[in-house]
Design a protein around this ligand. Structure first.
Ligand code: FMN
Length: 179
């Protein structure tokens, strides 16, 4: 089939089919806490330990990250889908932090105590592109929180993971994180 030129609507339809892990990106600036739900987060490099986060320039957390140059990626457990709603418009500002226990690590960005894992980062590079800024954050500290399964989001729905290999390790060389 012939490839066609793509508009934002078509792009969104395509992107809805991707399954992504749900995270809360937090930051702190001027004595206030900020946070938002985000799936556009991934590992960038292991050496140095760096994560990548794409944040809409209109999101309130964007200004906080840009000014403070710190953020924390809190990876949510499947039980936490309501927290994802809270941090994506259900509440705003400080009210988003009411329902759970939060702490701080090296950078001062809010860290969800019972996340799956939290990556506390300092911004080392950023790329402004269209509607979003792509932040690269060097990981200064990690909190490995509760054991559990990651919360996923796909096709506008929250979802959970089901193993296809039933707990068996993949053959030598196929586990990406074995590199
Ligand atoms: C599942 C999910 C994933 C999202 N992923 C992102 C993302 O990766 N980047 C982004 O800028 N906004 C993302 N959003 C949208 C923001 O969470 C939402 O616009 C939020 O309300 C922005 O914060 P604000 O209300 O304080 O401006 C996502 C929303 C949901 C529900």
């Amino acid at each position: 089939m012939e490839a066609s030129r793509v508009d934002a609507g078509q792009f969104r339809i395509g992107m809805r089919t991707l399954a992504g892990a749900v995270n809360i990106i937090t930051s702190a600036h001027g004595g206030h806490r900020y946070g938002m739900t985000a799936t556009a987060v991934c590992s960038a490099t292991a050496e140095p330990p760096t994560v990548l986060a794409c944040i809409n320039k209109l999101a309130t957390t964007h200004a906080a990250v840009a000014k403070s140059k710190v953020f924390c990626v809190n990876v949510l457990r499947v039980e936490d889908w309501e927290l994802s709603t809270t941090f994506s418009g259900g509440h705003s500002g400080e009210a988003r932090f009411k329902s759970r226990n939060w702490t701080r690590l090296a950078t001062g960005a809010p860290v969800l105590v019972d996340s799956l894992v939290s990556f506390d980062c300092r911004v080392v590079k950023k790329l402004v592109h269209g509607s979003h800024t792509i932040f690269l954050g060097q990981v200064e500290q990690i909190l490995v929180g509760q054991k559990g399964k990651p919360l996923l989001y796909s096709d506008g729905q929250y979802a959970k993971l089901a193993s296809l290999t039933l707990g068996e390790p993949l053959p030598e060389g196929l586990d990406y994180w074995g590199f």
